[in-house]
Design a protein around this ligand. Structure first.
Ligand code: ASP
Length: 427
């Protein structure tokens, strides 16, 4: 019998999850059943992916850096990566602002719906505003301070400290490059072996992905708000999705072709597993092991590039998130009756760029950082209530774009560093 490809199985898992979620919630006991007996399998899948993230980053980065000829190569790769990260972030913001100013989704909301939303999500907004205030209260240079851990075991204790782990590992990798080869060789050999084992583990975990995404989708459907809310906010949701699709399928396709030397269709096909996992988990961090596998094995990016670009990209490069934030900020302003000037829109670009760097690669991080964007343009963050109900499906879509953006940049940097693509798996 012909084996079904993994990405097809994952897709089937997503579809079945949605269907079972819809069917079961028709019964009075359905939602409780899904939450008690199906959702835990989704949580286990996400936990497994997160479990492997830090060992994967550490072992891949050390082995990747060991392949570099010297420090100059690292700084060349670093500077190119950052320039492209910032450029695509600005591109994403431009697309978002263009779409929201053209469609003007705020005009499609009745005063009644507006008041209803503001009243029903007041509590949840209060919570987000308090969390965002705590982030802001720390001062402008705090994000920089936060990258440098004082204790590596403490840093490894939470997946939200991924940048700290990356910094520590890069510093270790650099020192290994600087000491004599006979001293560094056994250390590098150990990490190479450990990396192979961790990659095998990713393969094993991915075998459970169809069940994991099935459980995630079923519980998402069971816990999601009624269809009426989706309809009321249809134009807003559509604007975000149109913007994301334009960025991914038009802008990224051109970049991957002209700067990465790769056919866009082939690129999109090869990263399907990562996109599907991003869609069902809403977390770039949880998707990281799958993104690494797609980029290294299926696309054939050199390890020294992927091990550097992907983990850093997952934590600081979020094109989908900034695009969503620009649409959401302008939409909220439109509904609440604020007139935004050009200067306001430029402020959105500036703060959303910084906010995306600070946003954690986890579900719902984008809406939290949106508080800061709204405050920067003088819009009352209570307006967040308007978009709360539809945030999860949009989070799923923007996470797909975040992950796709990282993979795309990886291919471009690979080319700029003079490597050719050497796929190991042909799918
Ligand atoms: N969920 C997104 C991610 O992990 C972040 C966001 O909320 O926009 O990439």
């Amino acid at each position: 019998m012909r084996k079904i490809a993994l990405h097809l199985k994952i897709l089937l898992g997503i579809l079945f999850g949605i269907i079972i979620g819809i069917v079961l919630t028709q019964f009075s006991w359905g939602t409780t059943f899904v939450i008690n007996w199906i959702k835990p399998f989704g949580t286990i899948f996400i936990n497994l992916l997160k479990l492997i993230a830090i060992p994967l980053i550490v072992t891949s980065l050390i082995t990747g850096l060991a392949n570099l000829k010297d420090i100059a190569q690292l700084s060349k790769m670093g500077s190119r990566t950052f320039v492209i990260y910032i450029s695509t972030t600005l591109l994403a913001l431009t697309v978002g602002l263009l779409v929201v100013n053209t469609v003007r989704p705020g005009n499609f909301i009745s005063t009644e719906t507006r008041n209803e939303m503001l009243a029903s999500f007041e509590g949840s907004v209060g919570e987000k505003v308090r969390e965002a205030e705590a982030v802001k209260a720390k001062g402008p240079l705090q994000p920089l301070v936060d990258i440098v851990p004082e204790n590596i075991f403490e840093a490894a204790g939470s997946n939200t400290n991924m940048l700290q782990i990356i910094l520590f590992t890069i510093l270790c990798g650099v020192s290994l490059l600087l000491i004599s080869p006979e001293k560094s060789a056994p250390v590098v050999a150990f990490f190479q072996g450990a990396n192979a084992a961790v990659l095998k583990l990713v393969d094993i975990i991915m075998k459970t992905a169809p069940i994991g995404v099935f459980a995630l989708m079923a519980s998402l459907v069971a816990e999601s708000p009624s269809a009426d809310i989706f309809l009321a906010l249809g134009m807003y949701g559509l604007s975000v999705v149109i913007g994301l699709a334009m960025l991914m399928y038009i802008a990224y396709s051109m970049i991957i072709y002209f700067m990465g030397g790769l056919n866009a269709i082939e690129f999109f096909r090869k990263i399907i597993p990562a996109k599907l996992v991003a869609f069902s988990t809403s977390s770039s961090a949880a998707t990281l092991p799958v993104t690494m596998e797609c980029v290294e094995d299926r696309l054939g990016v050199d390890k020294e590039v992927s091990s550097f670009v992907i983990p850093i990209g997952a934590t600081i490069n979020m094109d989908g998130t900034v695009l969503y934030q620009s649409v959401a900020a302008v939409f909220i302003a439109q509904v609440m009756g604020y007139e935004l000037t050009l200067a306001n829109q430029l402020t959105i670009v500036f703060t959303a760029t910084l906010a995306s760097i600070g946003a954690a690669p986890v579900p719902g991080a984008g809406i939290l950082m949106l508080v800061i964007v709204l405050e920067s343009i003088g819009v009352n963050p209570a307006g967040l209530a308007l978009i709360f109900a539809v945030d999860r499906p949009l989070d799923m879509c923007r996470t797909v774009v975040n992950v796709t953006g990282d993979a795309m940049i990886c291919v471009v940097v690979n080319k700029q560093m003079g490597h050719t693509l050497k796929p190991k798996v042909f799918a």
